[in-house]
Design a protein around this ligand. Structure first.
Ligand SMILES: [Zn+2]
Length: 362
């Protein structure tokens, strides 16, 4: 909140809900323009989320450091990259999705508290699932995220966790028939994009200083993994995001979940470059606008890429962003009662977008 007051031209603080113990779930939106709910409908939006599990403190701290870094002018390359990234992007930072759980973790012995106010709740098993039935009561934090996704067209998202070192990409779950085979991956149509983004982050997880914090039993070969191959989960936030138009990765960034406060700055210094790199890598694919013959924006139009089931939607101003690696694609706009043709597009080799304007015969 102090940050919001200090940088009113670049930040907008908002709440996506309130927890059972009456704590606000606060998000800080940062951009070069003065962000507001109106601007959320015009710009590209990405989000970074920490502390879903009560005792996973590192992601929360990392994001607070990130906020400070992005708002404090410097000549560092990372700062310059982020500022150029923010010319068209609003970054939404949610340091703690689970403030109740964090308070409980602070108070209990060994800080072991995965749940929210209820120790038996796992927020990362609480979302609707697309492979298995997940008929559990939705927690307030879960409902807050579901409503958030309905309000804002996010393009990309990271969910930061602790307790291992790995970047995990969709899908996180698989259908009941293949559940019994633990070696089975369950890959999405956008596996190329997910693997590329995951690889752009992974370097930090292979640093000796980071691996050195892991005990023998905690140590997992650092790298990237398909979530369902690592271990399938039902009701995870990552799959829910992907099925609702958002590319989300889960990053397990430290073996200790609740390290000594003095260690937290070291984690930030180690992870900083990877966070900047992965955000920069999301400047890929198709950037477009859907318009009527009279050049009026078409909101909520569905953008379909042939052979990929993941659709994105235009925002209120008719803009959309669709992550894709370099190559040739054909896309189609779907809106009710209107037939449109497929359009060929060529996504450039270097980081950047192909810009398209799709004018519908309406
Ligand atoms: Zn976790």
């Amino acid at each position: 909140m102090e940050i919001n007051a200090k940088y009113p031209d670049k930040t907008y603080l908002y709440s996506i809900g309130t927890t059972k113990e009456n704590r606000a779930i606060l998000v800080l939106a940062i951009s070069l323009i003065k962000p507001s709910r109106l601007e959320f409908q015009k710009y590209k939006n990405v989000k970074l989320i920490g502390n879903i599990h009560g005792d996973e403190a590192v992601g929360r701290e990392l994001l607070l450091h990130f906020i400070e870094y992005i708002l404090t002018p410097s000549n560092e390359d990372g700062y310059k990259i982020l500022n150029s990234f923010m010319k068209e992007t609003i970054i939404h930072i949610l340091p703690s999705l689970n403030p109740d759980g964090f308070e409980h973790a602070l108070q209990v012995e060994n800080h072991q508290w995965r749940g929210n106010s209820d120790p038996n709740v796992d927020l990362n098993r609480n979302f609707p699932d697309y492979f298995m039935e997940n008929d559990v009561p939705r927690e307030l934090e879960t409902v807050a995220v579901m409503n958030w996704l309905r309000e804002i067209n996010f393009v990309f998202s990271i969910s930061f966790h602790g307790g291992a070192l790995v970047v995990s990409y969709p899908y996180d779950n698989k259908n009941p028939i293949s559940q019994s085979n633990p070696s089975n991956e369950n890959l999405s149509d956008d596996d190329d994009v997910f693997k590329h983004l995951s690889k752009s982050y992974v370097g930090v997880l292979q640093q000796d200083a980071i691996i050195g914090q892991c005990s023998r039993e905690e140590y997992i070969e650092p790298g990237i993994t398909n979530g369902a191959k690592w271990y399938p989960i039902t009701g995870g936030m990552q799959d829910y995001n992907y099925f609702n138009g958002v590319f989300e990765l889960t990053i397990e960034l430290s073996c200790p979940k609740f390290p000594e406060p003095t260690a937290l700055l070291t984690y930030w210094n180690s992870h900083k470059d990877s966070i900047i790199r992965i955000l920069d890598e999301t400047r890929r694919g198709i950037r477009g606008r859907v318009l009527t013959i009279n050049k009026l924006p078409v909101p909520y139009a569905e953008i379909y890429v042939k052979n990929r089931i993941h659709n994105v939607f235009t925002n209120n101003e008719g803009y959309f962003w669709r992550l894709l690696l370099p190559g040739s694609y054909v896309i189609k706009v779907n809106i009710p009662n209107v037939t449109t043709q497929f359009f060929p597009v060529q996504v450039p080799l270097n980081t950047g977008y192909v810009d398209v304007e799709l004018v519908l015969n309406i």
